[in-house]
Design a protein around this ligand. Structure first.
Ligand SMILES: *Cc1c(COP(=O)(O)O)cnc(C)c1O
Length: 407
């Protein structure tokens, strides 16, 4: 008799984006022909830059000749790409071996899968609000218990509020696995070196492991803010980092990412090197490597010209964020984030709940955003606007909010 994994039934979510779509479609049915301006989804919109397209074309062409054809590559990624990633980090003074980089098809899958190499009884701490996959992957793995409607009983929530600058205080109880995301989705907050140091010291003291999601690192323009947790002393013995070409190079549909598992990283019951070999084993067992065509695109994105062009595109999105921020601030709305991140996080004016503001923005301004409460209990009363969008769309959305929102 086959039986299902009942933990799937414990998932409270799957609610946020479908509910946004439901309310938007209902509005469109009632107001046919109206154009809604979407600042909701965290997906890139600008075309891939020319040097990276050349790399992708080159990857395709290599498959068309018997001399350069390749089939399965290493599950961990092409050495040339891992070397390029190692060189990139060396520029910030980091010494990470190519063999410590694991190339994959996405930071989402890696950040969902990583918990699988840890014991079932590890206590998990997440930032609140957070990117949903950290919570959901642990619900499915059986670490989270039941949803109470205010989160899961088995998880430790670390609230990120205006009072702590949207970076959590250290957990008061002992936790084993800690998810941190900086620049943060959804709040746009970027952790300082001092803030990360407090978690690294905690993790080393308690033999905990930090999962650090730096998918938006390339949006950091302030040179004093860390782009990698490995800029913090002591991080290599307690941290695993995820990064991606998705937001930096417009690869959300192309799919390419990397995870750094330092050989120095350990657990309470393992020596350095063990986690690295477990992740190697996991990837070799469940994954046959990222597409070779796509990896050729990744190598091009890390070339000097690729970086110049992708940096320009990141600046374009940051300018969108500035336009959103300035527009809202000019109306007296309190905003956070946006300076070193593609998300603006705003406090709902007039004490509105996240969903009340959603409905007002949709009905009064024809703008679709993302209710903060969808990212965790502490997101209630906040709202996320995304800077991923065509300039004209962003400008019209901000103008419409300024003209039409009644607060
Ligand atoms: C977009 C995003 C990613 C990227 O995931 P991919 O699977 O590489 O596209 C990772 N983490 C966060 C927080 C994100 O918002």
């Amino acid at each position: 008799m086959a039986r299902i994994n009942k933990n799937y039934d414990r998932l409270a979510a799957g609610y946020l984006f479908p509910e946004i779509a439901r309310r938007t479609n209902l509005y469109l049915e009632k107001n046919p022909g109206t154009e809604v301006l979407r600042l909701g989804i965290g997906d890139t919109t600008e075309p891939i830059v020319s040097s990276v397209l050349d790399g992708l074309h080159h990857g395709v062409d290599q498959l068309g000749s018997v001399d350069t054809y390749s089939g399965y590559g290493p599950s961990e990624g092409l050495l040339s790409l891992r070397q390029a990633l190692s060189d990139l980090h060396a520029e910030s003074g980091l010494s990470i071996e190519p063999s410590e980089f694991f190339v994959s098809d996405g930071a989402k899958s890696d950040s969902a899968n990583i918990q699988g190499i840890f014991s079932e009884d590890c206590i998990v701490a997440v930032q609140d609000p957070a990117y949903p996959v950290y919570v959901d992957s642990n619900v499915i793995a059986g670490r989270a218990g039941n949803s109470t409607g205010e989160g899961y009983e088995g998880l430790v929530y670390m609230p990120c509020t205006a009072e702590n600058d949207f970076f959590p205080d250290l957990p008061s109880e002992k936790v084993d696995l800690i998810y941190l995301c900086s620049p943060n989705n959804p709040t746009g907050a970027v952790a300082t070196k001092e803030q990360l140091k407090s978690f690294v010291d905690y993790a080393n003291e308690h033999k905990a492991v930090i999962f650090f999601d730096s998918a938006y690192a390339s949006f950091i323009t302030d040179p004093n803010l860390p782009r990698s947790i490995f800029e913090i002393e002591g991080a290599d013995s307690c941290s695993i980092e995820f990064n991606s070409f998705s937001k930096t190079a417009g690869f959300t549909g192309v799919r390419l990412a990397w995870t750094i598992v330092p050989k120095a990283c350990r657990t309470e019951d393992s020596e350095p090197g063990k986690l690295h070999s477990l992740w190697t084993r996991r990837q070799n067992t469940f994954f046959n490597g990222a597409s070779n065509v796509v990896q050729a695109g990744g190598i091009a994105a890390l070339s000097p010209e690729g970086r110049r062009q992708t940096d320009e595109q990141v600046s374009f999105y940051l300018e969108n964020a500035r336009i959103i921020n300035d527009g809202l601030k000019s109306m007296g709305i309190t905003t956070y984030g946006g300076g070193n991140a593609p998300y603006v996080w705003l406090k709902s004016p007039g004490g509105l709940t996240s969903w009340e503001l959603f409905d007002k923005l949709l009905n009064e301004c024809k703008v679709v955003g993302t209710p903060g409460s969808g990212f965790g209990p502490a997101g209630e009363g906040f709202f996320r606007l995304s800077a991923f969008g065509h300039r004209d769309n962003v400008v019209r959305a901000v103008d419409s909010i300024k003209e039409n929102l009644v607060i």
